[in-house]
Design a binder for this molecule. Structure first.
Ligand SMILES: C[S@@+](CC[C@H](N)C(=O)[O-])C[C@H]1O[C@@H](n2cnc3c(N)ncnc32)[C@H](O)[C@@H]1O
Length: 338
């Protein structure tokens, strides 16, 4: 349980507030309109399913995803394999909602015997991928036409991407397209901010973020809080041998422990680069009580940034990894109707 984990504070941290100081792909031939995407409030969004996904697909957002990837890797620094916990040497891997494709590329390098396929609505911006990695543009909710079964299907940070019904459909599809004994693994975070030592006053705006995201995502019909529901979704689809690991991800370099300090420093960068992208679509369309203006979103984010940059604030967010497998003896085909 994360409640048992107490992050010790680095009391010697120097207390300053200003210390932090066109795309192509050689694996796909994608219509240029997909690369151009849709521009709104200065951010680019995917154009495959207009208005269907709330976070941008542009350079700033990809920088944010790279920061999250690095945080997840640091969080598992004690593991030989920092990319997945499923006990499998995979041959055929699928990464759903691959974003920039960094996880898929790293896993292809880490598992040279595996073929790793990353799928996303927006063409990933990588000009080079390892020969055993393919990044493709597709809507994962459409009927799957893969010719081979997978032995590992990975999902990470798909909050606000799917309705509960779509999640059920997707988990069932994953179950069907896994080999018997194959593994599904999901890692999620939630933006609610916690503080264990009262270094942040209870009325601080930082504590507004989580409920505000949940409310806006709730209105959109695609929940933010899948970190706390993904285990049940995985179990509901029929997976067994379910494991989970919970993490506290500090935000800022305040922890004393070197690994957590590094994690917190990169996570702060994740928040600083990511806040605008995470909030702009959601709040201007589903903000409370009325949709916000672009300017209101900027003002909110600048207040959040100021508080996050206060090194006296010892704050963190939660993250969870769940992995489970399809029963090895389930060889029946229970395909969804396609
Ligand atoms: C928050 S990003 C996470 C990216 C990546 N998994 C990571 O951890 O860095 C979620 C990604 O899911 C993609 N996505 C959302 N709905 C999708 C769908 N129906 N089919 C394919 N990809 C989808 C989005 O385009 C976005 O790139």
């Amino acid at each position: 349980m994360v409640d048992d984990i107490r992050i010790a504070v680095d009391q010697d941290l120097h207390l300053v507030t200003d210390d932090y100081g066109d795309l192509s792909s050689d694996t796909t031939s994608v219509r240029s309109s997909l690369y151009r995407g849709l521009i709104e409030h200065g951010r680019r969004y995917q154009a495959l399913k207009p208005d269907e996904y709330c976070f941008p697909a542009d350079e700033t957002q990809f920088e944010t995803y790279d920061a999250v990837h690095l945080v997840a890797v640091i969080a598992d620094a004690d593991q030989e394999n920092q990319f997945f916990r499923s006990p499998v040497i995979p041959k055929n891997v699928l990464d759903i909602g691959t974003g920039k494709g960094t996880w898929a590329i790293d896993v292809a390098d880490f598992c040279p015997e595996a073929m790793v396929r990353g799928i996303d609505l927006f063409p990933p911006p990588n000009t080079w991928v390892p020969p055993n990695c393919v990044l493709e543009v597709d809507d994962i909710l459409l009927p799957w036409t893969f010719t081979e079964k997978f032995d590992l299907v990975h999902l990470r940070i798909l909050a606000c991407a799917f309705s509960p019904e779509e999640t059920d459909q997707l988990m069932k599809q994953i179950y069907d397209d896994l080999e018997p004994g194959g593994w599904v693994e999901q890692m999620e975070i939630h933006p609610t901010i916690y503080c264990d030592d009262k270094s942040v006053p209870a009325d601080n705006i930082l504590f507004d973020i989580g409920p505000r995201f949940d409310a806006a995502a709730g209105k959109s019909g695609k929940p933010m809080d899948i970190m706390n529901t993904m285990r049940a979704s995985i179990e509901k689809a029929g997976f067994v041998d379910v494991h989970e690991r919970n993490f506290k991800w500090p935000i800022g370099p305040w922890p004393k422990d070197r690994t957590l300090k590094e994690l917190g420093t990169v996570n702060l960068s994740h928040w600083l680069t990511g806040m605008e992208g995470y909030t702009m679509f959601l709040m201007t369309k589903f903000g409370d009580p009325e949709p916000w203006t672009e300017n209101e979103v900027h003002v909110y984010n600048s207040q959040i940034r100021k508080e996050l940059l206060n090194p006296r604030h010892h704050v963190y967010q939660l993250s969870k990894r769940v992995w489970a497998r399809k029963p090895p003896n389930d060889t029946r085909s229970n395909q969804l109707e396609k």
